[in-house]
Design a protein around this ligand. Sequence first.
Ligand code: 77M
Ligand code: MG
Length: 214
Amino acid sequence: TGSTRPQRLLRAVQKKATQGDPQSVIATIDDFCRHSEWAMNVGDEKGLILDSIVSEVNPSTALELGTYCGYSTVRIARLLPPGGRCITLEFNPAYAAVARQVIAWAGIQDKVQLVEGPSGDLIPQMKELFGVQTFDFVFLDHWKDRYLPDAKLLEECGLLREGTVLLADNVICPGTPEYLQYVRNSPRYESRYFKSHLEYTKVEDGLEKSVFLG
Ligand SMILES: O=C(CSCCNC(=O)c1cc(-c2ccc(F)cc2)cc(O)c1O)c1ccc(O)c(O)c1
Ligand SMILES: [Mg+2]
């Protein structure tokens, strides 16, 4: 029984990154994915766009859908203001186990609540489980056919407020056509596309930033 790619990524972090230093965890993962094994982290190029939007929003409460190994969780949590927190949902227990250790290595575990389970079941429980009123920022990076139903669920559960920013990864590759069509045509969103590339490749991909208008 060999190791999995997430386990090898974690081993690289524990071997090469400085404990308590989020930037060095990010750099180690990017180096691993570029020079050893590709993995589906948002990556360094789209990561800079994510950083700039998180910094602009300066969220007290952020939601991430799809943790994977925790790379974007670390990118988001390192930028949160004091008292800010990121709730991240992961369906796959093996991914969640690795992500918890990556997040702990970066030293930002106090800002992160990682919850295992399907987003469709967990989103309606956000208020009762975590005392969330509304989210200031939502990063969508999980199963691509869950982006649209989960965006609608967030609306229905009253978890979005006027000005909440939704940022969606992979709107070109693998692609989320129904979600794009919805946010670009709904009068309840102001949407903008940030052209970039699929992580660690030259393939086109991009992020869609959609502001909920209430
Ligand atoms: O985490 C998951 C499911 S898997 C991760 C989704 N991400 C991807 O599939 C993903 C894939 C690619 C990619 C792969 C192969 C290619 F050739 C090209 C692109 C790139 C990305 O950046 C990605 O994010 C989850 C499911 C249900 C839940 O309710 C929940 O909360 C979480
Ligand atoms: Mg992605």
